[in-house]
Ligand binder design. Structure first.
Ligand SMILES: Cc1cc2nc3c(=O)[nH]c(=O)nc-3n(C[C@H](O)[C@H](O)[C@H](O)COP(=O)(O)OP(=O)(O)OC[C@H]3O[C@@H](n4cnc5c(N)ncnc54)[C@H](O)[C@@H]3O)c2cc1C
Ligand code: SF4
Length: 354
């Protein structure tokens, strides 16, 4: 009996890296992606440049996709998803759905890499007026403007003179139940702030934050250059509401360093929205019977020492499907998931051959 392929669900950075690792080691992967192309959220949301090196996001995703497209070890199934699964480690039987067509495939192990979705700021933080005021946008909306080199106020098409970011929208918020830190938004906001200053040198840029959480090298790569070279103003404070004043926005809150209330006019307010598990992550967890944590990300059971093993033998999870993650975390965990999935397939192959 030949070794069974490994099924990977999700063609974002994590899924693509898992497929590449499996193929490089001479094993077979089937990669299932519900969209019509690979590249995951960075491609779907149209990110401009990536942290920390300002690499073109489109090019980086295309490079990852090119490593597995036309690779004899990787079968790619686009516009497809998984609707049912049965069997166990070494011998899963999975139903793939592509439009009206259903197909059964066998897999020795499964890697769930179905990623995240952006927090919808209209959902429970209405005080920031995302659906009310045209000039309140999100990090993702600004990525698209930066990519097009057209950072303008949606309300009148003019370049902003004052732009601010509000951090932790949908994250670190006990009231809405997302108590976790989304990890990337401080870095992404700082990166976007730099890009705004590069594209619009006359625009004043502010970042309102509770704590700035820059991980590892991002401190030197993004945070200090944003302040020192690009003169981005970091204000430790809590913005409690965004109001309309004339044709501008007014942000109201408290400057916690100075210990005084603040009211500052702005042309564009950018909400630094965090990460939530994607609909696909929630669905796939149910289909494979995999445990989810209280936020509905997939629970991995090995603590800090094993970030990819789930409670179901032979089913692994990686990338942002397991919790907020940057690309570095996502790709590293994907390689670990690939290695562990191969171990399962090998073990069952050897057993079957004995
Ligand atoms: C605004 C913003 C900007 C960011 N910019 C950066 C950055 O500059 N640098 C950085 O390191 N990180 C950045 N990140 C984080 C980065 O986007 C994630 O680390 C990365 O996308 C996670 O990769 P992933 O493959 O796990 O998930 P995703 O990129 O979300 O990919 C998941 C894939 O699974 C597919 N899928 C979902 N459900 C199903 C299903 N049921 N069936 C089949 N396929 C399915 C999706 O279509 C998608 O292609 C940013 C995040 C945000 C919020
Ligand atoms: S990374 Fe920054 S903005 Fe994002 S949740 Fe954490 S502290 Fe808040």
């Amino acid at each position: 009996m030949p070794e069974q392929p490994i099924l990977i669900i999700g063609g974002g950075p994590a899924g693509m890296e898992a497929a590449r690792a499996i193929a490089d080691l001479g094993y077979h992967a089937i990669l299932v992606e519900k969209r019509s192309r690979l590249g995951g959220t960075p491609d779907d949301a149209g990110y401009a440049a990536l942290t920390p090196d300002f690499r073109n996001a489109g090019e980086a995703m295309a490079e990852m996709a090119a490593r597995i497209e036309n690779n004899p070890f990787v079968q790619i199934k686009l516009n497809s998803t998984v609707t049912a699964a049965s069997g166990s480690a070494g011998n899963f039987e999975v139903t793939l759905q592509n439009g009206a067509t259903a197909e059964q495939v066998k897999a020795g192990a499964v890697i769930i890499a179905t990623g995240f979705q952006h927090f919808d700021p209209g959902r429970e933080t209405q005080q920031y007026g995302y659906y009310e005021f045209d000039d309140v946008i999100t990090l993702v909306d600004l990525e698209k403007m930066l990519k097009a080199h057209k950072v303008v106020r949606p309300s009148n098409g003019k370049p902003p003179e004052r732009l601010c970011f509000i951090q932790c929208v949908g994250s670190r918020d006990r009231q809405i139940g997302n108590e976790y830190c989304s990890k990337v938004c401080c870095g992404i906001a700082s990166k976007e702030a730099i890009e705004v200053r590069q594209q619009l040198p006359n625009c004043k840029v502010f970042i309102f934050y509770i704590d700035m959480r820059m991980y590892g090298y991002w401190e030197n790569q993004i945070y200090w250059p944003a302040q020192e070279k690009y003169k981005v103003n970091y204000v430790k404070g809590i913005v409690t509401e965004v109001l309309k004043k004339g044709d501008r926005l007014l942000i109201r809150g408290e400057d916690t360093t100075m210990g005084r209330p603040m009211e500052i006019p702005m042309d564009i307010v950018v909400l630094s929205v965090g990460m939530e598990p994607s609909a696909g992550t929630r669905e796939l967890a149910k289909i494979f019977g995999v445990q989810q944590n209280k936020y509905k990300f997939i629970e991995t059971i090995g603590g800090a020492l094993d970030t990819v093993t789930t409670n179901v033998e032979g089913v692994f999870a990686c990338g942002a499907a397991t919790g907020p993650a940057d690309l570095e975390d996502s790709v590293s965990s994907a390689a670990a998931a690939a290695m562990k999935a191969i171990a399962v397939v090998r073990k069952h192959h050897v057993k079957a051959a004995a």
